[in-house]
Design a protein around this ligand. Structure first.
Ligand code: MRU
Length: 362
């Protein structure tokens, strides 16, 4: 792992609770929420207080530890923390009863956001652990804790590697366009597409970021710009509708975005508006890359048609900061993601390097 100072405390398991930065409040307010129930964790995921595919994976894993804390609370104590696990005081409960609680929590957590595969991937990885035979419940809980921390730590390492590989694609003086938030806030703390920029800047290159606003929830304007500012990286926010104009003037060296789910053939779901960007980039001959860890690749589906697309509330489009901006009779459509077809993508920056599909079952 590289320097820990590069890691935002996006999500942590601390003293039996999940602590996370409430991303809905940024950039105006930096607040860390302490979440002690699965219901509240699901609320935080559904409201995008925690968001971004890799960070959602970690939230799913920690959510299962939280379910155990909630079902068998310890007075003035806890079982799970980033630093370790203390299960000596866990009551005499049968493994099957714990599995039932974990199954229910897993289903609830996975149902919150259908597109980002990392959520079901991480919960599935935890399930593969708790489905095994154990000599006792304590041993099972110790293994579950280990798995959740591994999911977190592996994500940090994968993002650092993505950064290193992607940085080689960037030249000093490049202008990188990106969409939605793909930095530390969207991952265990470093980032994917924005992590590539961080790594390039760390290697001494001067990079300027064009951050698409990313309507309707403004992850680009609010969060990418905030992360760039925190690191002293020059950033210009643009309306989503300005993409073609900016690219047509030759102002963009390359586009790098993240992903929520990549199908075997390379078709990629990412934040709504990504497809526009890819089509415009193709039109103007600007290379368009996806940066994502292997946990975002869904090798079980052949192509983008099989990716479930989350539809969100109309109000997100019809209102701005709580003020209604469209006539009361008008409807809105609000798909949260779109699918960019493989032919529009120059390469996939993963922890393995810059690779090409197909992504076949391992
Ligand atoms: O709805 P969001 O904010 O969770 O959408 C996030 C994205 O689309 C990101 O680009 C993607 O998860 C990759 S994050 C490294």
């Amino acid at each position: 792992m590289e320097d820990i100072k590069d890691i935002l405390p996006t999500i942590r398991m601390l003293q039996g609770a999940v602590e996370l930065i409430d991303q809905t409040l940024l950039p105006g307010e930096y607040r860390v929420l302490r979440i002690e129930t699965v219901d509240l964790l699901c609320e935080a995921i559904a409201k995008l207080r925690i968001r971004g595919a890799p960070a959602l994976g970690v939230a799913g894993a920690y959510g299962l530890l939280l379910a155990v804390e909630e079902a068998w609370p310890q007075e003035n104590g806890y079982y799970f923390d980033m630093e370790g696990v203390t299960v000596e005081k866990f009551p005499d409960v049968d493994v099957t009863a714990v599995r039932e609680v974990l199954d229910a929590a897993g289903k609830q957590i996975v149902s919150t956001r259908p597109t980002a595969v990392n959520l079901s991937w991480a919960v599935g990885r935890m399930k593969d652990v708790y489905a095994q035979d154990f000599p006792g419940t304590n041993k099972m809980l110790e293994r579950l804790h280990k798995e959740a921390i591994a999911i977190y730590e592996e994500d940090v390492e994968m993002c650092m590697a993505i950064g290193r590989h992607g940085a080689e694609l960037l030249k000093d003086g490049d202008n990188v366009m990106t969409h939605c938030n793909t930095g530390g806030l969207a991952t265990s703390g470093f980032g994917t597409a924005l992590g590539v920029v961080f790594a390039a800047v760390g290697a001494g290159k001067k990079i300027h970021v064009y951050a698409d606003e990313t309507r309707p929830l403004l992850q680009g304007a609010r969060l990418n710009a905030w992360e760039c500012e925190q690191r002293g990286i020059p950033v210009s926010v643009l309306c989503d509708g300005a993409v073609a104009s900016i690219m047509s003037r030759g102002m963009v060296s390359c586009v790098i975005v993240g992903a929520d789910r990549i199908a075997s053939n390379g078709d990629t779901a990412n934040k709504i508006g990504t497809l526009n960007l890819a089509i415009v980039a193709r039109h103007y001959g600007v290379p368009f890359y996806i940066a994502a860890p292997s946990s975002t690749i869904d090798r079980s589906i052949p192509d983008g048609d099989a990716i479930p697309i989350e539809e969100r509330a109309e109000e997100e489009v019809k209102q701005f900061k709580g003020v209604t901006t469209v006539p009361t009779g008008a409807r809105a459509v609000n798909p949260a993601f779109d699918v960019t077809t493989r032919d529009l993508i120059a390469g996939f920056i993963t922890e393995e390097g810059v690779v090409q599909p197909p992504f076949l079952p391992e």
